[in-house]
Structure formats: C-alpha cells, structure tokens
Design a protein around this ligand. Structure first.
Ligand SMILES: [Ca+2]
Ligand SMILES: [Ca+2]
Length: 116
C-alpha cells in the first residue's frame, strides 16, 4: 500500500514538473491542472462555501476582504501549489471575474461552484 502511494506521488510530481517546463506551450492545460488542485481542497470541507471562507482566511493576510497578487502568490505556496509567475497570473485571472486584480470571496466561491 505504501509503495502504491509513493508511485502516485512520484507521478504527480512528474506531471507538475512537465507542466511547469512546458508552461508556455500548454498554459491553459497547466492552469486547469492548478485549478483542479485548488478545487480538490474542497473535499475536506462540509460545503463549498466553507471552503471558500477558509481559502480567504488562509490567503487574505491583511484581512481587507480581498486576495491581491502577492497574497495569492504566497498563499499558493502555503497550499502546496507551486507554479510559475506566469501561471499564477493566469490562475488569478481565472478567479478575478471583475478584473480588478484582486479576488473576493464571492469570486472564489463562484469560480469553484461554476466548475463543479
Ligand atoms: Ca488582502
Ligand atoms: Ca476581483
């Protein structure tokens, strides 16, 4: 069982490395992949709303109700999601529906809910 788990982790790392190395070739695919990783975290919560609230708690360091670019970038690493600045930017834009460069809790929730 332990061996099986190890294999999966290795494969995942390989996929991430591949996506990273080929980010310019497959930007959309790699952002989809990162988005899926964020979505996976919702499994540990009772509802998507709970998850969105928790994401904000983790990411919104200065408690202004928005996650800006630097908070997002630092927060992804906290969530063990590693990506290039280019991918971070694409990922942020995916959540940032109104284009103000920051993510609100509604934007988090709506983006996650829309993809379910
Ligand atoms: Ca903030
Ligand atoms: Ca926004």
């Amino acid at each position: 069982m332990a061996g099986f788990k190890f294999t999966l982790v290795k494969a995942d790392e390989y996929t991430e490395k591949y996506m990273e190395d080929n980010g310019d070739v497959f930007p959309t695919a790699s952002v989809d992949f990162l988005f899926e990783k964020i979505k996976l975290g919702a499994k540990n919560y009772q509802s998507l709303q709970d998850y969105a609230v928790n994401l904000m708690k983790i990411l919104d360091k200065n408690n202004d109700g928005f996650v800006d670019v630097s908070e997002f970038s630092a927060g992804l690493r906290t969530l063990q999601i590693f990506c290039s600045p280019h991918e971070e930017h694409l990922l942020l834009r995916r959540f940032d529906v109104n284009g103000d460069g920051k993510i609100s809790i509604e934007e988090f929730y709506n983006a996650l809910a829309a993809s379910m």
